[in-house]
Design a protein around this ligand. Structure first.
Ligand SMILES: Nc1nc2c(c(=O)[nH]1)N[C@H]1C(S)=C(S)[C@@H](COP(=O)(O)OP(=O)(O)OC[C@H]3O[C@@H](n4cnc5c(=O)[nH]c(N)nc54)[C@H](O)[C@@H]3O)O[C@H]1N2
Ligand SMILES: Nc1nc2c(c(=O)[nH]1)N[C@H]1C(S)=C(S)[C@@H](COP(=O)(O)OP(=O)(O)OC[C@H]3O[C@@H](n4cnc5c(=O)[nH]c(N)nc54)[C@H](O)[C@@H]3O)O[C@H]1N2
Ligand code: SF4
Ligand SMILES: [Mo]
Length: 666
């Protein structure tokens, strides 16, 4: 029995360090690495269960091909030859963009970026832009600050107030929760703003329930009150910002009465928050909740504006933390992905990839290649995704398990888990440490790493030399930019984790990466992209404010937040207790519809329907239903059967939570 240092590969805020025990060539236990400076030996069940995922009897062991509707085992040679021949023919007949590369980021390994290298060297395929996950918020912060950077986790000790805004910390970001527990002990004031009274709200000093999608209006109200009380940071506004007059004009458009009505937040809360933000340092931890609406980008921009007006930008203990692009930006992704090798290009947004496939002409989409993603459960509007992914001649899925997407494939290629290959792991969401993951065990059956698959396919397609590098050489390519700062593979192999060179207090020099060099209330980047640079009054698209007819038919907002025990769709099949749909409903709906705990209910809208067991929320905003995302079709179906595939206001995010439904007792 030997214990090795390793790392979590799951797409998560926390990017934990692991200690993994191996016995007789098998992983037998996953634990936390106590020496990791941020994650400090604590890990969650999802990480622990990477052991179960690795050892599962349900792993796909051989390449599979669907013949007459039934999967048959084939050899790698046959699978790769047939796939390569199909790709050659497509390129010759209609061009390489007739192939769509559909992916997400289910594995945060550095070398997972090599899929892009493969498709670029092939000539360029139809790629996905934006992000279902955080696209609206990232783009919003690029408009305001020039980039989306976060304060380092330890900087929370400098904060007097911490506002957790739409982030479900206890569930999704357990080490931030540890920090919250620590700072609470020393008297830091913690505020949670969320339509659901979640576990983080329980430990907070105050909880503010807000109407879904109305956080931007809430921020306007706080700024309005701050200005009324003359608490704004005039020096910061004057010296370091651009377009304040536009913001003032917007703030003056609404009365407090209107603001209270729109947000459902009591008048006195605006005064409290105005004092909280102006008696800082106050740090805001944004989650992804409120940016998954049609007005999501504008919402994040208004909360950023609150951070700026109150003078909480660029100071220790302040900040409006969303993602931390400094982390991913440390790696030389271009050296790995070779964008210059693309001869043709086309893109669809990630959210509307299904519509893209169905509408594509010149060329139409002939092949879809899925890696590190499970679009049949994770991409909105499942019915359309199903139609699109069934419409192409060839669907290739690389995965470890027979997911909903793999079920639909013509070829399924079995791949490795984190413990079966060497890589580096990082997340651009929270802390700035990169972790090392050693190859600990051999993959089962004939499962092969994604990298092996690209290497073998590239040989068959005539660009084998582009993959004629060892794993070590590829990792070194990715580390090129940070080598001179002493971050090397050799050190990582020895030390397991290293801090990347980031600003731990972003914008401390008040030099922003926007075209004006200032914090921009009026975004010049937006304007150059053809958007209006002004902040706006904007609302969710599926709401009684904007679509009364729809709201009469479907009066309730459906959230589909991240599950506690699964990372997206990755754990449902190994945790029996998760294999049914739990429909959480606010108590007002339960009363109105005479629904009791555990009643079977049907949730529906024009896009689809789902059946599940009712669970009544004792405390939440009214008119809300939640069904956790990630459920498999064999256990009842994905909540994305109900969600819209529209893009957010800035074009790059999803509108997953901007979704109206109705419910009935069955
Ligand atoms: N357990 C677990 N942890 C995870 C993941 C997982 O699948 N499972 N996934 C990881 C990934 S990829 C991501 S992106 C992160 C996401 O991490 P979070 O941002 O925490 O994710 P969400 O589940 O979207 O929850 C966001 C919160 O926003 C709230 N919310 C919804 N609408 C609104 C609104 O209009 N206003 C406000 N103020 N709040 C709103 C929800 O009630 C919820 O409490 O989690 C990561 N961690
Ligand atoms: N309704 C609703 N939908 C959502 C969300 C929501 O909150 N609500 N959240 C969104 C968010 S934030 C995200 S990030 C996405 C996540 O969406 P996805 O990334 O698609 O979801 P996962 O279930 O994490 O993983 C997809 C697949 O990747 C496979 N996989 C794991 N490791 C590897 C690997 O090394 N190689 C390959 N080839 N495959 C691998 C897994 O087995 C799994 O089947 O979902 C989005 N969808
Ligand atoms: S899923 Fe997140 S919290 Fe859990 S072990 Fe992995 S990185 Fe840590
Ligand atoms: Mo995500």
């Amino acid at each position: 029995m030997t214990t090795y240092k390793s790392a979590c590969s799951l797409n998560c805020w926390d990017s934990c360090g692991f200690e993994v025990t191996v016995e007789n060539g098998k992983v037998i236990k996953v634990d936390g690495d106590k020496n990791h400076p941020i994650t400090k030996g604590k890990i969650c069940g999802r990480g622990r269960m990477l052991e179960t995922r690795t050892n599962s009897d349900d792993r796909i062991l051989y390449p599979l091909k669907k013949v007459d509707g039934v999967f048959q085992r084939i050899s790698w040679e046959q699978a790769l030859t047939e796939i390569a021949d199909t790709m050659k023919k497509i390129k010759n007949d209609v061009g390489s963009t007739a192939v769509l590369h559909s992916h997400d980021y289910s594995n945060s390994g550095l070398l997972k970026n090599l899929d892009k290298r493969f498709f670029n060297c092939y000539g360029g395929v139809t790629e996905l832009t934006g992000s279902i996950c955080w696209g609206a918020g990232i783009e919003a912060q690029k408009w305001d600050f020039g980039s989306a950077w976060s304060h380092s986790p330890e900087d929370i000790f400098n904060s007097k107030n911490v506002v957790i805004w739409g982030r479900n910390v206890v569930r999704t970001n357990m080490h931030l929760y540890s920090y919250l527990q620590e700072v609470k002990k020393k008297g830091t004031n913690i505020i949670v703003i969320d339509p659901l009274f979640n576990a983080t709200a329980k430990m907070a000093d105050s909880y503010i329930s807000v109407k879904p999608g109305m956080d931007g209006i809430l921020a306007i109200g706080v700024m309005k009150e701050m200005i009324r009380l003359e608490l704004e940071d005039r020096e910061f506004i004057h010296q370091y910002t651009h377009g304040y007059d536009y913001l003032l004009a917007l703030i003056n458009q609404l009365t407090f009465e209107e603001i209270v009505n729109l947000t459902n937040v009591p008048r006195e809360t605006f005064t409290e928050l105005a004092y909280v933000y102006s008696s800082g340092p106050t740090t805001t931890y944004l989650g992804l909740g409120m940016q998954r609406y049609s007005n999501g980008g504008n919402t994040i921009r208004l909360i950023d504006a609150l951070g700026a007006v109150s003078g909480n930008i660029g100071i220790p203990g302040g900040g409006v933390n969303f993602g931390n692009l400094q982390v991913g930006g440390s790696f030389n992704i271009e050296a790995l992905s070779l964008p210059e090798r693309k001869k043709e290009s086309r893109s669809f947004t990630m959210m509307s990839q299904a519509e893209g496939v169905l509408k594509a002409v010149n060329p139409d989409i002939r092949m879809i290649f899925v890696t590190c993603g499970n679009p049949l459960t994770q991409v909105p509007n499942t019915k359309m995704v199903h139609k699109a992914f069934s419409s192409v001649e060839t669907l290739v899925v690389v995965d470890q398990f027979m997911t909903d997407t793999a079920e639909l494939a013509d070829y399924v290629l079995p791949t490795t888990t984190v413990f079966e290959e060497e890589d580096l792991y990082y997340s651009s969401m929270y802390h700035h440490y990169v972790n090392y993951g050693k190859k600990l065990v051999e993959p089962p059956g004939q499962a092969k790493s994604d990298l092996w698959i690209w290497t073998e396919l590239s040989k068959k397609l005539g660009f084998g030399e582009d993959f004629d590098f060892s794993r070590e050489e590829f990792i070194n390519l990715g580390l090129q930019n940070v080598n001179e700062k002493g971050i090397t593979l050799e050190r990582l192999r020895n030390e397991n984790h290293l801090p990347l060179p980031v600003d731990e207090v972003p914008w401390h020099d008040f030099k922003f990466q926007t075209p004006t060099g200032k914090y921009e209330f009026y975004s010049t980047i937006a304007a150059t992209k053809g958007y209006d640079g002004e902040l706006k009054l904007s609302f969710p698209q599926e709401s009684s404010l904007t679509n009364q007819e729809l709201a009469r038919k479907y009066p309730y907002t459906l959230l589909s937040i991240h599950p506690m025990r699964s990372n997206h769709s990755q754990h449902y099949h190994i945790i029996e207790a998760l294999q049914e749909i739990k429909v959480e409903i606010s108590i007002d709906i339960a009363k109105m519809k005479d629904i009791s705990q555990n009643d079977t209910v049907r949730v529906y809208n024009d896009r689809g329907e789902l059946y599940g067991k009712a669970h009544i929320l004792q405390r939440s905003h009214e008119n809300i239903i939640n069904i956790d995302e990630g459920q498999w079709s064999k256990f009842g179906g994905s909540v994305n059967l109900l969600t819209p595939d529209r893009e957010s206001d800035n074009g790059l995010g999803s509108t997953l939570y901007d979704c109206l439904v109705n419910i009935e007792k069955k």
